[in-house]
Design a protein around this ligand. Structure first.
Ligand SMILES: [Zn+2]
Length: 331
């Protein structure tokens, strides 16, 4: 395989992985397509082989107008990666949406002018909701998804494509994508593996939506130091598993990785008047442990008051700040 012209797609893949809170290492020369990447975070890691093309609108006399497709070029046959995952992806640039196809359904030698299709309506729904399955018939399902759902798609790859085995279950998956707040008890799926996948997808969609809303509300700045640099995460004010925990934007705070950790360890907090505070008791504890080097610099970098989202309804809720500070043992 010779040189390719896919650097824009590779860039998009890497930023999708980063937007999902994960990192990328290149396993092979990036001048070669397909791409071999290692996608990792903390102790979790996955080797991935990625075939990717731009999605283009249907056209052609024999093709319906309401579909997009990838035209497979430069590949004679798909070869799955041993000990890793293999993706066949399309990318719709105008809407910033991916389509994932099931490599297990495309293992034979490819015919002349091979292509894969996905309905336009599935891509549009994914643009709005983050994710949408597309029933292609013949027990195959394609998955349309937004970049911030990329790692979630990768992690649930086979279970998601296994929905192709039941047209009825695909429609349940689609309902949940449109309403991830659905009560788990109301999910009408008999197959245990597929039911587990639906529950996990609904949670991941809620997480992705929280992350997107919070980061957007703060324009991707850390609320307490102002840094952007794509180092910012969505933190919960009231911790996730607390009885009063909620995924509302006003229970979120955009924080860089350093200040996220400092917030969770109650070294810093925000007060109800939005001032940024350092815990005196935590500082003296650290001083007695001879663990307080860098404190002066750390304190200097903190803003006196947090950056506030423009919309009042997105700003940290006073009651949530109170509950959170008490839950973290703030003194
Ligand atoms: Zn920060």
């Amino acid at each position: 395989m010779g040189r390719h012209n896919k650097y824009d797609l590779l860039e998009k893949l890497v930023s999708a992985v980063n937007d999902s809170g994960w990192n990328v290492a290149y396993l092979e020369d990036i001048k070669q397509h397909p791409f071999y990447l290692q996608v990792y975070r903390d102790n979790e890691s996955c080797r991935v082989k990625i075939y990717i093309w731009h999605l283009t609108h249907g056209g052609g006399k024999a093709r319906p107008k309401d579909e997009y497709r990838i035209q497979i070029t430069g590949v004679d046959k798909f070869e799955p990666l041993q000990g890793g995952k293999t993706l066949i992806l399309g990318y719709w640039k105008e809407a910033d949406v991916f389509a994932g196809f099931d490599v297990r359904k495309h293992l034979g030698k490819l015919g002349a002018s091979p292509s894969m299709q996905i309905r336009e309506d599935a891509l549009r729904k994914a643009y709005v909701n983050g994710f949408e399955p597309c029933d292609k018939g013949n027990k195959e399902v394609a998955i349309a998804f937004r970049p911030d759902f990329f790692v979630d798609y990768l992690q649930s790859l086979e279970p998601l494509h296994d929905f192709g085995q039941s047209t009825k279950d695909i429609s349940v998956l689609s309902e949940v994508a449109q309403n991830p707040e659905i009560n788990i008890a109301n999910i009408q799926i008999q197959n245990v593996a597929r039911k587990t996948t639906v529950v996990s997808v609904s949670k991941k969609l809620r997480d992705a939506s929280f992350r997107k809303r919070v980061l957007t509300a703060y324009s991707f700045h850390c609320a307490v130091c102002g840094v952007q640099l794509k180092l910012v995460e969505a933190a919960h004010i009231i911790p996730v598993n607390h009885d009063n925990g909620t995924d509302e934007t006003r229970n979120g705070l955009a924080l860089c990785a350093l200040h996220h950790k400092a917030y969770d360890q109650a070294l810093i907090t925000i007060a109800e008047n939005y001032s940024v505070q350092i815990s005196r008791s935590r500082v003296s504890e650290l001083q007695s442990q001879r663990m307080s080097d860098g404190l002066a610099k750390f304190s200097q970098d903190l803003r006196p008051i947090i950056i506030l989202p423009p919309a009042i309804s997105d700003r940290p809720h006073a009651e949530y700040i109170r509950i959170a500070n008490s839950a973290r043992g703030w003194k």
